[in-house]
Ligand binder design. Structure first.
Ligand code: HEM
Length: 606
């Protein structure tokens, strides 16, 4: 049977001679075809293939010699982009991915290929080195181009995105008065306090409606910091207060639908933002959307083509021009009521008048530079501070012993307010030194990683830790890895600069055993006479950057934290939240924000 089948199949197969004939015919026609192609076509084809190969080789990531990197990434056109993007889509975070690569490659300095076809960026995780670069080596490392790429779409003329040049210094002069003690105490603190009082009222209302359930707090905190910064910048403007709008809504609500379980959140209504505030928020969110893009300039350009963003830009321009014009009128007026500076725009306008007079030129009130400074101030101040407060709520909620010690220290520090059964005033909060409160705030900034890196561009060919760094390289100085939240790398003294070495020992080193935990006591040291006092140099923290280009608004951020935390902890006990509404997963937006921020506050009756 099998044999019969084989014969049948073989019977249909061509013989070897037939195959040879076919082959000869095919080879012949192929040869004739190839002969018919003119030699110039071969040359072009060869040229195209060579070009493609060379383009491919050119487009592959080019490492900076000597600095550790992932070898496999240099064989991929997209370098480290896929690893970065997969981490972002899994976790919503980017900074943790960056410093984790130092740990994986076991080096305080590494390079990553995160911009397709662009040069690598360098990532450093070492406090002493970061401090040396930020404070001493400002002629070699300047404001990063990355910052300009990400924020330039809406504040291209703010000093925030500029290199440290004459233009930068001119803009700094405009805004320097806002961080002066007088402005902070007399103008900023009262507005912060008022916004804080509104927040307390709102949370009392929410706690009443939630009946013991947790409710989302991040939006309220963001509204509060906007309610503080808006009048600090433009002057009193209750019509644009987000929290007052929320309070008006809550005044009309007596009951809400609640889940039966106390483990589930109470979803509470939310009033829309006033239109003008919403426009500013849209602009801020547009920057957020570009931070994680490998092509931020293009991403932001695309966003600016949308009708919504065009309208927001128009609204913002109109409002800022109007406020500057009003401030100019006030500055030129001789009436006693207009003599005093009432807001940041007043201060900026008056400084520019004096500068213009000194330099014998016309004041540039209508310039984009001044407008961008004002928007840049709001962007710099609002989101970062709110984010730190949201982390504060989480740390205090999850650490009841620390929360209650903070409350006792506040009550002891504000003895008059305690005795008189009232809240401390904004002046009392600003003027009274309470060491433990300062330690709690510093620990919140250290752990929260609200801003997890400072970024610089090398403006000359230079070196870091003995490695050559070409001019133009972006250098990320991480504040969330070894040195800060994990033991520092061991680095030979010979690799550091002279000034870097001289700084050794000026700031302490964290105890390796508990670097990741939230522990304000780490900032408390034995002071004169054996008294335990707060020491800002107890150990490394980089949340505000450092040096001439470190955070300009740092003093205002501390003031806002003091005001808000004092008010919240004085008025409420923050009870633990259900597990499903807790946790420390974060999302890197404008700042490094908690994904979940819930509170379960109960009013304290003294
Ligand atoms: C918790 C709150 C804040 C955090 C964590 C924070 C963090 C930072 C960081 C990390 C930088 C870059 C520093 C560097 O590159 O060395 C920065 C710069 C800056 N911050 Fe803040 N900031 C906060 C609050 C504020 C406030 C309240 C303002 C305004 C009132 C502000 C305005 C600015 C400006 C204008 C710059 C740019 C400075 C320059 O380029 O020279 N920030 N901030």
């Amino acid at each position: 049977m099998a044999h019969a089948l084989n014969s049948t199949l073989l019977g249909h197969l061509p013989t070897a001679a037939t195959i040879q004939t076919h082959l000869n015919q095919n080879v012949h026609s192929l040869t004739s075809f190839l002969r018919s192609i003119p030699p110039s076509t071969y040359t072009s084809l060869f040229g195209i293939l060579t070009l493609l190969y060379l383009s491919y080789k050119w487009a592959l990531p080019k490492p900076i010699p000597g600095i550790p990197y992932h070898k496999a990434s240099t064989k991929r056109l997209l370098g480290d982009v896929s690893s970065m993007v997969s981490h972002i889509s899994r976790t919503q975070e980017i900074h943790t991915w960056m410093s984790a690569q130092n740990t994986t490659l076991n080096s305080p300095i590494i390079q990553l290929f995160t911009r397709p076809f662009g040069p690598p960026c360098v990532v450093v995780t070492d406090y002493l080195e970061a401090q040396d670069i930020l404070v001493h080596r400002t002629k070699e490392f300047d404001r990063s181009k990355f910052i300009a790429d990400v924020s330039g779409g809406i504040v291209s003329k703010s000093h925030f995105v500029m290199q440290t040049n004459d233009e930068f210094r001119k803009h700094r002069k405009w805004v320097q008065g806002i961080m002066a003690t007088g402005f902070l105490q007399d103008i900023a603190a009262p507005y912060m306090y008022e916004a804080g009082q509104d927040l307390l009222q709102l949370w009392e209302q929410k706690a009443r409606l939630a009946k013991g359930r947790a409710f989302a707090a991040a939006h309220d905190v963001h509204c509060t910091t906007m309610d503080a910064v808006w009048p600090i910048v433009f002057g009193a403007d209750p019509g644009n207060s987000n929290t007052k709008a929320q309070l008006r809504l809550f005044d009309t609500i007596t009951e809400v639908d609640l889940p039966s379980s106390l483990e589930e959140e109470a979803v509470l209504p939310r009033a829309p933002h006033p239109e003008m505030v919403q426009s500013f928020l849209n602009l801020m969110h547009s920057v957020e959307a570009c931070i994680k893009s490998p092509m931020p300039v293009l991403s932001h350009w695309l966003l600016r083509q949308t009708a919504a963003l065009k309208k927001s830009i128009r609204n913002k321009n109109e409002l800022i021009s109007r406020e500057i014009e009003k401030a100019v009128v006030r500055a030129k007026s001789t009436s006693a009521a207009n003599k005093e500076v009432k807001c940041a725009v007043d201060d900026i306008v008056r400084r520019e008048m004096r500068l213009a007079e000194k330099e014998n030129r016309t004041p540039e009130f209508g310039s984009q530079g001044m407008s961008d400074e004002i928007l840049g101030f709001i962007i710099g101040a609002q989101d970062t501070t709110a984010t730190s407060v949201t982390w504060a709520l989480k740390y205090l909620t999850d650490n009841p012993t620390i929360q209650s010690k903070l409350r006792s220290e506040l009550r002891a520090g504000h003895a008059d307010a305690t005795a008189e059964k009232r809240m401390p005033t904004f002046d009392e909060i600003t003027q009274t030194q309470i060491h433990y409160r300062d330690a709690v705030i510093e620990e919140i900034f250290r752990c929260s990683q609200t801003e997890a890196s400072a970024v610089r561009t090398a403006v000359v060919d230079t070196e870091i830790l003995g490695h050559f760094i070409p001019k133009g390289t972006e250098v990320f100085l991480m504040g969330n890895g070894p040195s800060f939240l994990a033991p520092e790398f061991k680095i030979e003294d010979s690799l550091r600069t002279k000034l870097g070495l001289e700084s050794k020992g000026k700031v302490g080193v964290w105890n390796h055993a508990d670097m990741e935990s939230f522990n304000p006591e780490r900032w408390m040291v034995s002071g004169p006479g054996g008294k335990v006092v707060f020491d800002a140099a107890a150990g490394p923290m980089l949340t505000f950057g450092l040096g001439e280009r470190g955070c300009y608004g740092r003093r205002m951020a501390y003031l806002q934290m003091r005001q808000l935390l004092s008010l919240i902890v004085w008025r409420f006990e923050l009870f633990p939240c259900p597990e499903g509404l807790s946790g420390y997963a974060a999302s890197d937006k404008m700042a490094h924000s908690p994904q979940l921020c819930y509170i379960r506050p109960a009013k304290i009756v003294y």
